[in-house]
Design a protein around this ligand. Structure first.
Ligand code: NAP
Length: 454
C-alpha cells in the first residue's frame, strides 16, 4: 500500500509520501535511543507540564485535527472532533495520575525494606491502525511518555498526515526531539525497526495477521509486546431489557466510526421474547441513518476508509447471503463515488456463514435469535475473539452470569462497550493480550523492578 492521503469520500489522491530510507530510519532510531538516556531522568513534573500542553493544543485545534482525520479516513466530522477532545482527556489523565500509578510500591517482607519500582524500558515501537487515527496513538503515547519511554510511531499508510500532525503536537508541547517520532514506512519495513537492539518493545493495534507477524518477530527477539487486535463483540438483549434504549444504543454501537471499530457491537443476540420487536425497531433505525459527506455535521455514516475494506466487507456479505443469510436492509455499496456502503442488517445466519464467526468491519449488523440465557452465552462465546461484550438485562442474576461467563476483556451491562482512560482496555483469545489505559496500561512498558534492602 503506498503511503498516501486518499479521500475515501471521493477517491481522490490528495498527497503521496516517500517511505523513509534505511539511513533515515537509522538516524531516527539513533535519536530515539540517545534521547531516552536523558529523557528517562526527567521528573514526573516536567513530563506532566508537557503532557498538559499537548492537551491544550489538542483542545485549541480540535477542528483542524478533526478535518484532517475525516479527510484521510472518512469518519463523520463530529466524531473526529470528539476524538481530538478524547485525546486531550487521556493526556490530562496520565499527566495527573502517572506519579500515583508508578510510585514505588512498598511490600512488607523480612527485609529491612522491600519495594517495587517501575522504570521505563526505552524506545517503544507503536504500529497503529487508521480507524481512530489520533486516539489509538495517544492511548499508547500518553502513558508511555509519562512513564519515561520514548515512542516510534509506524502509523497506517492511509493516515500519514495524522501521523505527522501527532509528532508535531508533541514537539510543540515541549517534548525534546526524539521523544516521539513518526516513521513513514510501509509494513514490510517494520521488522527492520523491531529487530534493532535499541528498540525495547512493541505495541500493535490492528488485524490478526499483522499481530501474528509482529508478535512472532518480537518473540524471536524476546521483546515485550502488547497486541490489540480485532473483535466480533456480542450485544445481548434479554426480555427484561429496556427495549427502546437497547435499540438506540445498538444502532450507535454498530455504526460508530462508520462501523469500523474493534469494539463495535457486531453480533446482536436477542432473546426470542424480544426478537421481533427488536428486529423491527432496529431495521427502521438503521434505515433512518444519514449516509453521506463526512464533512457535514448531520452525517451519521461516511465512507469506509479504503476501497480494500469495502471490497472485503462486500465479499463477506455476498458469501453470507449465499450461505442462507437474509438481507433485511442494505447489502451493497452505494452507487456513487467514494467507498460508501449501505447500512445493512443480516438475519437467519447459519454456522457455515462468514457472518457467524468473522469480524465485519463496516456498517453491517448480524442478528441472532436465542431461546434462553445459556444459548445466548454459548453463542456469544462461539468466536475466536474476546474483546468486549454488551449485555442488556434488568435481572441481577442474569447480569451476574454475563459478568462471570462472557469470554471478553470487558463486559458492559445495559450500556455499549466504550474505552475510557481510567479503565483497562484489551482482549483475550485472538483479540490479543496486554492492556492499555488506566493503571494497567501504564505498567505495560516498564521494568517492574524488585528492590530488597537488608
Ligand atoms: P492492519 O492491516 O493490521 O493495519 C494496522 C497496522 O499494522 C498498520 O499500521 C499497518 O500498516 C500495519 N501492518 C499491517 N500488516 C503488517 C505486518 N505484516 N507487519 C507489520 N505491520 C503491519 O489493520 P486494518 O485492517 O487496517 O485495521 C483494522 C483491524 O484493526 C481490525 O481487525 C480491528 O478490529 C483492529 N483494531 C483493533 C483495535 C483494538 O484496540 N483491539 C483497535 C482498532 C482496530 P500499513 O497500513 O502500512 O499496512
Amino acid at each position: 500500500m503506498p503511503i498516501a492521503t486518499i479521500n475515501p469520500a471521493t477517491g481522490e489522491t490528495l498527497k503521496l509520501f516517500e517511505s523513509l530510507t534505511q539511513e533515515q530510519i537509522e538516524e531516527k532510531v539513533r535519536l530515539a535511543a540517545d534521547t531516552f538516556r536523558s529523557y528517562r531522568r526527567t521528573s514526573f513534573e516536567e513530563r506532566e507540564w508537557m503532557m498538559l500542553r499537548a492537551a491544550e493544543i489538542l483542545e485549541a485545534e480540535k477542528q483542524e485535527f478533526g478535518r484532517l482525520m475525516t479527510t484521510e479516513m472518512g469518519k463523520p466530522i463530529k466524531a473526529a472532533v470528539q476524538e481530538a477532545e478524547k485525546c486531550a482527556w487521556i493526556c490530562r489523565y496520565y499527566a495527573e495520575h502517572a506519579t500515583h500509578h508508578l510510585a514505588d510500591k512498598v511490600v512488607v517482607t523480612n527485609a529491612t525494606k522491600s519495594f517495587v519500582r517501575f522504570q521505563a524500558l526505552g524506545p517503544v515501537l507503536a504500529v497503529m491502525p487508521w480507524n481512530f487515527p489520533f486516539w489509538q496513538v495517544f492511548r499508547f503515547a500518553a502513558p508511555a511518555l509519562m512513564a519515561g519511554n520514548v515512542g516510534l510511531l509506524k502509523h497506517a499508510s492511509n493516515v500519514p498526515q495524522c501521523a505527522l500532525a501527532i509528532e508535531e503536537i508533541f514537539g510543540r508541547a515541549g517534548f525534546p526531539d526524539g521523544v516521539f517520532q513518526t516513521l513513514l514506512i510501509t509494513s514490510d519495513m517494520v521488522e527492520r525497526v523491531l529487530i534493532d537492539p535499541r528498540v525495547a518493545a512493541v505495541t500493535l493495534t490492528g488485524s490478526e495477521p499483522a499481530g501474528r507477524s509482529v508478535a512472532s518477530i518480537a518473540g524471536k527477539q524476546i521483546k515485550k509486546t502488547v497486541l490489540e487486535l480485532g473483535g466480533s463483540d456480542p450485544f445481548i438483549v434479554m426480555p427484561s431489557a429496556p427495549i427502546e434504549d437497547a435499540v438506540t444504543t445498538a444502532v450507535k454501537a454498530r455504526t460508530i466510526n462508520n462501523g469500523q471499530s474493534c469494539i463495535a457491537a457486531k453480533r446482536f443476540i436477542i432473546a426470542t421474547e424480544s426478537y421481533d420487536e427488536f428486529e423491527h425497531r432496529f431495521v427502521e433505525a438503521m434505515r433512518a441513518l444519514r449516509v453521506g459527506d463526512p464533512m457535514e455535521q448531520t452525517t451519521d455514516i461516511g465512507p469506509l476508509a479504503t476501497e480494500r475494506i469495502l471490497e472485503e466487507l462486500d465479499g463477506q456479505v455476498t458469501k453470507s447471503t449465499a450461505a442462507g443469510a437474509r438481507v433485511l436492509i442494505g447489502g451493497k455499496r452505494l452507487a456513487r463515488a467514494g467507498n460508501f456502503y449501505e447500512p445493512t442488517v443480516l438475519a437467519n445466519i447459519s454456522k457455515e456463514s462468514p457472518a457467524y464467526c468473522e469480524e465485519f468491519f463496516g456498517p453491517v449488523a448480524l442478528l441472532f435469535r436465542v431461546n434462553k440465557i445459556d444459548e445466548a452465552i454459548q453463542l456469544a462465546n462461539a468466536t475466536t475473539f474476546g474483546l468486549g461484550a454488551s449485555a442488556w438485562t434488568n435481572d441481577v442474576q442474569e447480569q451476574a452470569r454475563f459478568i462471570d461467563q462472557l469470554e471478553a476483556g470487558c463486559v458492559f451491562i445495559n450500556a455499549m462497550v466504550a474505552s475510557d482512560p481510567r479503565l483497562p482496555f484489551g482482549g483475550i483469545k485472538n483479540s490479543g493480550y496486554g492492556r492499555e489505559l488506566g493503571e494497567f496500561g501504564i505498567r505495560e512498558f516498564v521494568n517492574i523492578k524488585t528492590v530488597w534492602i537488608k
